[in-house]
Design a binder for this molecule. Sequence first.
Ligand SMILES: [Zn+2]
Length: 174
Amino acid sequence: MSETKPISLDQFRKRKEKEAAEQYYPGKLVWLFCPKCETLEYTEIVSKNGRMHKCGTLVEEREVELDLRAEITMTEYNLEIINALLKKNSGFKLIKIISKSLDKALIALQSSEQTYREKLLLAAGMNIPLYPGNIDSLKDKLPIKDINPLGLIISEFRFEPEKRFNLKPSPRKK
Ligand SMILES: [Zn+2]
């Protein structure tokens, strides 16, 4: 009685598209803490044999496995928000001092997001497509840990890294 139903080309194409849209890009990033300088940094370079900080001290390391595609998607979203805020801020040139210092803060945030994006691409060793859809529709898929007052997403990887080393909150960040 059983009859194998042939899959239509259209169904096949749809299934492939769905798979591509959902594909996970596994990767690793490493948090590094120098106990002497009390600095926290992250790197895409995994080192099995440990490494020295520039001060000559052996750093503590925490390897974190993550979905590079999810991180890139959140970072691109953050960059869009920052760009919109920079644009908006440039319309308030009358309050020059406030606008200047806000610009400076936004540019620092922009640079930190761009650096993160670069490291993710290096960790992947290739270009990574963003997850399709807007951020609201992706909320269950992305490891969003917090949203800061500007509306920027803080992913699980970037949330309170000092806790990974059992430190008090916010040592000097490099
Ligand atoms: Zn050091």
